[in-house]
Write a protein that binds this ligand. Structure first.
Ligand code: NAD
Length: 261
């Protein structure tokens, strides 16, 4: 792969899927700017560890995805430090579960801003540089919920469907500029976020850990296995490669068969 020396910004990369994608890109020689919330000392340990393990430059920017000006600043800082942003991975996301009639207005707004609008602001900021250099890869981490719905997740499902539309639209706009824009739609991925839900669910439903995984979390996932962070990261890496230069404007499912049903 010819990604060595390219530069990437990955939102929400202090944990889970984003961190996995940062690792995979760093392993290919890509300099990365990390972003996300969390304990400053822990983030610094991750940053320094990646830089040492893979011999690339690893920076961190604390942009809150709720704030467009901070997103613009993150891209500007990455361009200033690296000289370019060649790869943007819009990954940061949050979830909130509630019947629509009780869904708090502020949770709706936050989810739309973090899971959808932040991708728009990041894309808007990186496109001019990518056009000028004639190469770019934009990957939006959406979800099986960009293709199908589940009850009680109105904001998340609406935002992720929006990401699918944003992906298609921007892909068409930059199709002749050697910039591809795609979305990855994972099913349930084994991340700290998912792991943390297990003890409460075991208690609430009087189930064993295995029962919670198979009958609750993986109820909609025919393989009855979690997708792994590494599998999602491998797909992201492929979409960054030159082999994927004809793949644009599409959402790629990696969901154990969920959306085949
Ligand atoms: P995670 O909670 O492990 O990671 C989320 C990341 O986003 C963290 O780094 C967090 O700090 C960051 N973040 C949250 N709010 C932020 C904000 N306001 N500003 C900046 N950063 C913020 O979750 P994950 O499971 O790795 O999810 C990553 C993405 O994958 C999300 O978009 C999620 O919707 C999507 N996804 C996850 C799954 C799954 O099963 N885990 C399935 C489908 C899609």
């Amino acid at each position: 792969m010819a990604l060595k020396g390219k530069n990437a910004v990955i939102t929400g990369s202090t944990s889970g899927i984003g961190l996995g994608i940062a690792r995979a890109l760093a392993a290919e020689g890509v300099n990365v700017m990390l972003n996300g919330l969390g304990d400053a000392a822990e983030i610094e340990t991750v940053r320094a560890g990646l830089a040492q393990e893979f011999g690339v430059t690893v920076l961190y920017h604390p942009a809150n995805m709720l704030e467009p000006a901070e997103i613009r600043d993150m891209v500007a800082k990455a361009e200033a430090a690296f000289g370019s942003v060649d790869i943007l991975v819009n990954n940061a996301g949050i979830q909130f579960v509630s019947p629509v009639e009780d869904f708090p207005d502020e949770k709706w707004d936050q989810i739309i801003r973090i899971n959808l609008s932040a991708s728009f602001h990041g894309i808007k900021a990186v496109i001019p540089g990518m056009k000028k250099r004639g190469w770019g890869r934009i990957i939006n981490i959406s979800s099986a919920h960009s293709l199908v719905a589940s009850p009680f997740k109105s904001a998340y499902v609406a935002a992720k469907h929006g990401v699918a539309g944003l992906t298609k639209t921007v892909a068409l706009e930059v199709a002749t500029a050697k910039i591809t824009v795609n979305a990855i739609a994972p099913g349930y991925v084994w991340t700290p976020l998912v792991e943390r839900q297990i003890p409460d669910t075991m208690k609430a439903r009087n189930m064993t850990e295995e029962e919670v995984k198979k009958n609750v979390l993986l109820a909609a996932q025919p393989t009855k296995e979690f997708v792994t962070i590494e599998q999602v990261a491998s797909l992201a890496l492929y979409l960054c490669s030159d082999a994927a230069s004809a793949m644009t404007g599409t959402t790629y499912s990696i969901d154990g068969g969920w959306t085949a049903q």
